[in-house]
Design a protein around this ligand. Structure first.
Ligand code: ZN
Length: 342
């Protein structure tokens, strides 16, 4: 049933070969088309690099952003300033902050001999203490009523409240002070400073210096002011100082610890108010020469103690004494303190 003649075989092989040849040429044809397709591909590829180029500019701005984090190196700079504490080390560190609204006090010849008796009043809580408050809390708490009476007296007596940076300018011999200058200082940063003291100060057109412990603010501790409070008070003309991060005893020989507390609190505040912080207040008034040295090298201008006094000089600006206002002080006692300055 299946017989092939020679011619029959040839007639079978020939079409087979033809199919093979055709198939081969078809595949080469396909390759032939592949060339124009590649050309097309290349042509299409040409715009795509251009597309790749247009996004390229955006990386460049991104790099500028990456440069912005450089504020963090600031702590590293600290050692450099340590050399220059005496003669206004301040200018060197300033580049960290692009906006420097506060000009540097340039000491003049004889600045060290300038001295002044400017009372720096010291307050803590500004509220009626809770019923179970201990003797310390009571002593640290001045009632809003007493505080207002004190402000009213200061107003009538012709006092002008100034910032501590103004006092340093004066001690450096660059700026005069108004008649009867006085500094009102608050330590710790308690919530009642914002709710009670701030409105009264505004009512009498006075300014004060609020030196805050920064960790409670970072943690949102309700017993303390918030960063928003600080920003608002600063915008209203209040001076903001640093009182360390955690209110630890800073009589330590551990420089890293001191830098962390002293410079760390400064940077925490500066990040919020966009202005150099110049005032440091020693926690519980405790410090050593090393503490004062780190304060100076961290580019503060002035530091406050809890020692009783009112005599300030440029040379002693990192240990200025204050007049403590006690919770139990009557208005008469308050006036006596001002009229009998040590
Ligand atoms: Zn304190």
């Amino acid at each position: 049933m299946f017989t092939l003649s020679r011619s029959g075989l040839a007639s079978l092989i020939f079409p087979l070969l033809l199919i093979l040849v055709l198939a081969g040429s078809a595949s080469s044809h396909a390759e032939g088309y592949a060339v124009p397709m590649n050309v097309l591909g290349t042509a299409t590829a040409t715009p795509s690099p251009t597309a790749t180029f247009s996004p390229t500019p955006s990386p460049t701005p991104t790099r500028t952003d990456t440069a912005t984090p450089s504020p963090s190196p600031t702590p590293t700079r600290t050692p450099t300033h340590t050399a220059t504490p005496t003669a206004t080390a301040t200018p060197t560190a300033t580049p960290t902050f692009t906006p420097t609204p506060t000009p540097q006090p340039t000491p003049v010849a004889g600045a060290a001999s300038i001295e002044g008796r400017v009372p720096i009043l010291m307050y803590h809580f500004l509220s009626i203490p809770p019923a179970n408050a201990d003797i310390y809390r009571r002593d640290l708490s001045v009632s809003p009523e007493n505080f207002e009476a004190q402000l009213a007296y200061l107003k009538d007596a012709g006092y002008t409240t100034i910032h501590l940076s103004d006092l340093v300018y004066f001690l450096a011999g660059v700026r005069d002070l108004p008649p009867k200058p006085i500094v009102i200082s608050f330590d710790d940063g308690y919530a009642d400073n914002y709710t009670n003291a701030f409105p009264l100060l505004e009512k009498y057109g006075f300014v004060a210096t609020f030196s805050v412990v920064t960790d409670p603010l970072d943690f949102g501790d309700p017993r303390y002011m918030s960063w928003d409070n600080i920003i608002e008070m600063h915008a209203a003309g209040m001076e903001i100082g640093a009182h360390s991060k955690r209110h630890y005893d800073l009589r330590s020989d551990d420089t890293d610890f001191l830098v962390y507390e002293i410079l760390g609190s400064k940077e925490a505040i500066e990040a919020r108010i966009d202005e150099p912080v110049r005032v440091f207040v020693y926690p519980s008034g405790k410090y050593t020469p090393l503490t004062a040295k780190v304060v100076a090298s961290a580019n503060y201008w002035v530091a406050l103690t809890t020692q009783y006094g009112a005599m300030e000089t440029h040379a002693t600006r990192f240990e200025l004494p204050r007049i403590r206002i006690r919770g139990a002080d009557t208005l008469t006692q308050f006036i006596n303190k001002l009229e009998n300055l040590p």
